[in-house]
Design a protein around this ligand. Structure first.
Ligand code: HAM
Length: 415
């Protein structure tokens, strides 16, 4: 037997309705905010992520699925959605279309991480990218969209943490202070962070190594270094979140693990799914489009981890409605009746009613058992009497009530 690769999962037929529930909610909420779907390839030229996500990040350093294709090009399976969307925005000249460009996606992502609950090597994100607007009102709107999505699926017990990590200018001042602080503790940093200290000290702040964490706990906070413009921007985001009734906590420790962020960053975190509690992460990325060869177009977005959302719903006892799969199951009691069942099922399906019938030559009892197992709402029995009378005996499986219906009545019934 060959099993699935480590860190990946099959979505089986008995649970796929849960995925559809999440995806439907994502599409519904995204559309109410005016977003349209974008689908980008599963793999990109590696350079997209080197330049987009950043060469000193954990994702690029340790987690990417990168390989040379048969033409010798370096290809990477997307570890996240933003860089590919930004590449597509530039590649397709979307900056000359109506701005802001409000985009959403539902995609699989790949990261070579150590698998654990809520951390997979192939996982799925619902993401939003709003490109072209720099006002703080779009930051608040993107956060509100994430909040609306979480509420739509039935999640109310997460905490929203927000922070500002400033612009390029304030980052310079902060970086100096950080280098000074980290420099004093440099010997105790992990080898990767020693390297980061020289190349990109901000990344030391999201290192998961315990020794590094101890050191960074006392590091200067970026919020104390942001410039007037960034500070005003952050104040407006907070004001608008309050107007929208979205609760938040400011957490100066949130820096996010990707290099493209500027100004507003945020995470929705749950205490109900173990160590991997961040169900949604996002922020502003005003330099990313230019970094990928486009104009100076600002952007902001987030991504939700769908597996973590499903875990959270399960752990907090939120019932996901399981829509009826087959509405009408036709249960014939003989060969001739089976041909009638075939015909009636075809007529029902042509009207858009999910219908099925026995394919196994089972007896009537076994057919009822099967119908029950697959969650059928109605069973239409066709015995020889029914066939002679041109009728079926229709049983509602929820309350056991039965009625006799002519074939034409069955086919035209509003289910
Ligand atoms: P991220 O924080 O790396 O951000 O990932 C977003 C979400 O994806 C996480 O909060 C988590 O729920 C889920 N996730 C990440 N890694 C895994 C994994 N290995 N297994 C399961 N779930 C995972 C981004 O990806 C950014 N692109 C978000 C963004 C969009 N920022 C701006 N626009």
């Amino acid at each position: 037997m060959i099993s699935v690769p480590k860190g990946t999962k099959d979505v089986l037929p008995q649970e796929s309705y849960k995925w559809q529930y999440i995806e439907n909610a994502a599409r519904k909420v995204a559309k109410t905010f005016g977003a349209a779907e974008i689908r980008t390839p599963t793999f990109e030229h590696t350079e997209v992520f080197l330049r987009g996500v950043g060469e000193t990040t954990d994702i690029v350093n340790k987690e990417m699925y990168t390989f040379l294709d048969k033409g010798g090009r370096s290809i990477t399976l997307k570890p996240e959605g933003t860089a590919g969307v930004a590449r597509a925005f530039v590649d397709n000249g979307l900056f000359s279309s109506a701005l802001p460009s409000k985009l959403f996606y539902i995609t699989q992502c790949f990261r070579y991480e150590r698998p654990q609950a809520g951390r997979l090597r192939e996982f799925h994100q619902f993401g939003i990218e709003f490109l072209g607007a720099s006002d703080a009102n779009i930051d608040a709107e993107v956060i509100l969209l994430a909040d609306s999505f979480l509420k739509e699926v039935g999640i109310n017990n997460v905490t929203l943490y927000i922070n500002s990590i400033g612009c390029k200018e304030c980052r310079k001042k902060y970086q100096q202070a950080l280098i000074e602080y980290l420099g004093k503790n440099a010997e105790d940093l992990c080898p990767l962070c020693k390297d980061r200290l020289a190349k990109n000290p901000l990344r030391v702040l999201d290192c998961k190594n315990d020794d590094c964490k101890k050191i960074t706990a006392g590091a200067p906070k970026i919020l104390d270094y942001i410039c007037d413009d960034c500070s005003k921007h952050f104040e407006k985001v907070k004001r608008l979140l309050t107007v929208a009734g979205v609760d938040y906590k400011v957490d100066a420790g949130i820096v996010r693990g990707l290099d493209y962020y500027t100004r507003t960053v945020f995470e929705f975190v749950s205490n109900n799914i173990g160590a991997q509690g961040t169900v949604c992460g996002g922020g502003r990325y005003d330099g990313l489009i230019a970094e990928l060869g486009g104009n100076d177009v600002p952007g902001i977005g987030f991504a939700v981890g769908i597996e973590r959302i499903l875990m959270l719903l399960e752990n907090t006892g939120v019932e996901i409605p399981n829509p009826d799969k087959v509405k009408v199951y036709l249960a014939p009691m003989g060969e001739k009746e089976a041909e009638k069942a075939f015909e009636l099922a075809s007529l029902l399906r042509a009207r858009g009613v999910a219908a099925d019938f026995d394919h196994m030559g089972r007896g009537i009892k076994a057919q009822f058992k099967y119908a029950d197992k697959i969650g059928v709402r109605y069973v239409a029995v066709i015995g020889s009497d029914e066939l002679n009378n041109g009728a079926v005996k229709l049983k509602d499986m929820t309350d056991g009530k039965e009625e006799i219906l002519k074939f034409s009545e069955l086919v035209n019934k509003e289910f």
